[in-house]
Design a protein around this ligand. Structure first.
Ligand code: 5GP
Length: 138
């Protein structure tokens, strides 16, 4: 397993404020929260990015993510939140071990700030691109 800080947290070598654990998933509070309740949900499988994760670990994460979101809402009293998962250094991933952030958004100042440089999708480009992605999925 790659020697990341999250591997050391999974192995119990580094402490964390744990909020959930099963045989495939661990969740704990982020050490530098963007807002109160900022929680990280990670697979125990040492995949670096989401595309490398097994279906089994993905299913285990998907099963518990909404439940952990509900618990963060209940504990913080904040109903709005973002779920963020970065892949690759250029996409702001600092720790090369898959992790989902649950980030409560109590107001405009706290929580996740998002840049969203949207453009419009050309119809022909959309048709070709969707076809390429469908082909890659088969
Ligand atoms: P990324 O930028 O990779 O998506 O986010 C990594 C997150 O891991 C950051 O929000 C950072 O605060 C958190 N983090 C880094 N090291 C530790 C640690 O040792 N313990 C905990 N609980 N969180 C950490």
């Amino acid at each position: 397993m790659a020697d990341t800080i999250f591997r050391r947290i999974i192995d119990g070598e580094v402490p964390c404020h744990k909020v959930y654990e099963d045989d495939k998933v661990l969740a704990f509070l982020d050490i530098n929260p963007l807002s109160r309740g900022h929680t990280l949900v990670i697979p125990k499988e040492p995949a670096e990015t989401l595309d490398q994760l097994s279906d089994e670990s993905a299913a285990a994460l998907g099963r518990v993510l909404p439940r952990i979101c509900r618990a963060v809402i209940a504990a913080t009293g904040v109903r709005e939140y973002n779920v963020l998962e970065n892949n690759g250094r250029g996409a702001h991933q600092a720790i090369p071990h898959v992790h989902f952030h649950i980030i409560p958004k109590p107001d405009r100042e706290q929580g996740l700030g998002i840049g969203w440089p949207a453009k419009s999708l050309d119809a022909e480009e959309g048709r070709k691109l969707a076809e390429q992605i469908r082909a890659a999925l088969t």
